[in-house]
Design a protein around this ligand. Sequence first.
Ligand code: ADP
Ligand code: MG
Length: 246
Amino acid sequence: GSSSSSTLPRQRVTTKGSNVPTRIENFGELKDRYNISSRLLDNLTQNGYIDPTGIQSYGVPILLESRDLAAISPTGTGKTLSYLLPMFAALGSPHPKTPVPGSLGVRALIIAPTRELSHQIYNECLKLAQGRKWRIVLFSKATANTLSDRDVRDKTDIIVSTPLRLVASLQSGGLELHNVRHLVLDEADRLLDSEFLSQVEEVVAACTHTSLQKAVFSATLPANAENIAMGMLRDPIRVVVGLKDT
Ligand code: ADP
Ligand code: MG
C-alpha cells in the first residue's frame, strides 16, 4: 500500500493501505457523501460533537466505505465516536418489528477489556441512539439471561461486552453471532494480549457473516498485538495519530 500524512490541529495522522478514502473536514460532509441521516448528525451536535477529531476524520469514512481498520490514536482523541458513528449509519434503522427472515440477531458487536469501559461505550451508544428505538445491550450476567430469550436476541442491534461474558454465552448456547456485520475491538492492545486473546479469537470465529467488517482501536499497538490484529483484518487500512508534542 501507499503511505501519506497530513496535519490536523495538534495531531499528525499517517495512513497506510490501499485506496484510503478521503478524510472528512466536518461531520456535515457525511450527509452528501454517505447519505447519513439528519437525525444522526443532530445527535452529534446535541451532544457537543461539532468538529471531528483526527481519528474521526479518517476513521469514519474508512468504516463507512466498508473497509477493515486498525486505528491507533492516543487516549482522549475520540476513538469511540470514530466507530460508533459509522456503525449507527451503516445499521440505518433498528431491527424492524416484523423480523426479516435471514437477518435475525445482533448486527454489531463491540468488545472491550473491562466492564467499566464497556459501560462508557454503552453510554456513548445511547447518545447516538437518541430518537430511535435501537436495542442496545450492555452485556452482563443479568442481560445474558434476557438474551437467552430468542425474541430479544433476534432483535438486538448492538451488544457491548467484555470477552469472557461473550464466551460464556456462546458456550451455553445463549448467544449467536452469525448476523454480526460490524465487529470492533476497543483497547485492542489489551484484548490481543495473552489474557484475553483466546477468548477474543473464539468470539471472532463465531462471527461468521460473509460481509463482516472488523476494526481494532487502541492508544498503542505493540508489534505482537499488531501482527495478530493485521492477521484478523481483510485488506486493512492502518491509521496512526500522534500528538505533535510527543
Ligand atoms: P478515546 O477512546 O480515544 O480515549 P473517547 O472516545 O473516550 O476517547 O473520547 C474522549 C472524550 O472526548 C469524550 O468525553 C468524548 O465525549 C469527547 N469527544 C469525542 N469526540 C469528540 C468531538 N468530535 N468533539 C468534542 N468532543 C469529543
Ligand atoms: Mg477509548
